[in-house]
Design a protein around this ligand. Structure first.
Ligand code: FPP
Length: 258
């Protein structure tokens, strides 16, 4: 599953982080674009534009310090209920982001992939998604996953339906499936579970993101709105993560034992 090479972080002393204890998978709910715009009397779409501009610096920083997997919640299935001009603007921003940044993905050896049900996305976005995936599929330094038209419950139901189909067609013979094997039916089959989930924008909820995968994920909520979330905010989140003891149901004294 995790075959990515270890990255030697650049300028490690600058960040006061333990680079041997970084989360290998960070998931991010980029919330607060609308409120960022409202607080400045700007249209909501301007908030999304600024939010979109903020994606590249965060991806670049994660790549620089050696985060192996970054998963961004860019558009939920529930977001389709928003006004049509807003969903269309988000689709355009997404397309522009991919067209503009895929050269950089290649240069920085970032593999691009998606989770979610792409069937509902407009063709002009799907085309760019497929092309970006194709161009980056063999790259190995970091994996950037965008959750698009994604809902965790929908992902689980699609997994169950794939399993039923496999059963029908005798590709799955058993009458029992393990937690591990079920994970292989999910969109995230190639990803480790997230170690850290960050939500910007003042809300304290998961909003149908990676529900199965976040069973033991450390949660971090910040009041910073997504367009203002910068390197320093991310370092704060990583430091907070590093201050936690992850016991996975065990007791302190067992941590570090095989
Ligand atoms: C939540 O803010 C954010 C979204 C629904 C979309 C996130 C999209 C981007 C950051 C830009 C496009 C993404 C990429 C990868 C180029 P909100 O609108 O719910 O904010 P609010 O809660 O303040 O209204």
């Amino acid at each position: 599953m995790d075959t990515l090479p270890k990255i030697t972080p650049l300028r490690p002393s600058r960040y006061a982080l333990d680079f041997n204890a970084l989360p290998q998978h960070v998931a991010l709910i980029m919330d607060g674009n609308g409120r960022w715009a409202k607080e400045r009397n700007l249209p909501r779409i301007e908030g999304h534009r600024r939010g979109s501009d903020n994606v590249d610096p965060i991806v670049t920083f994660c790549r620089e310090i050696g985060i192996r997997h970054l998963t961004l919640y860019a558009f939920s299935m529930e977001n389709w209920a928003r006004p049509k001009d807003e969903t269309l603007a988000l689709m355009e921003l997404l397309k522009d982001y991919l067209v503009c940044k895929r050269g950089k993905f290649i240069k920085n050896e970032i593999r691009f992939q998606t989770i979610g049900d792409l069937d509902r996305l407009p063709h002009f976005v799907v085309e760019e998604i497929e092309e970006t995936k194709r161009l980056t599929k063999d790259l190995n330094r970091m994996v950037l996953t965008l959750a698009l038209s994604y809902s965790a419950r929908d992902e689980i139901i699609r997994a169950v339906n794939r399993l039923l189909k496999d059963k029908d067609q005798h590709r799955f013979q058993d009458s029992y499936i393990s937690v591990h094997d079920f994970g292989r039916y999910l969109d995230t089959q190639s990803l480790p579970d997230p170690d850290l989930l960050i939500r910007t924008g003042r809300e304290r909820r998961i909003s149908n993101f990676l529900l199965w995968q976040s069973a033991y994920t450390e949660l971090y909520f910040t009041d910073i709105l997504w367009p203002d979330f910068n390197e320093t905010c991310l370092i704060d989140a990583l430091r907070d993560y590093q201050s936690r003891e992850r016991r996975f149901g065990r007791i302190s004294e067992q941590i570090g034992e095989e």
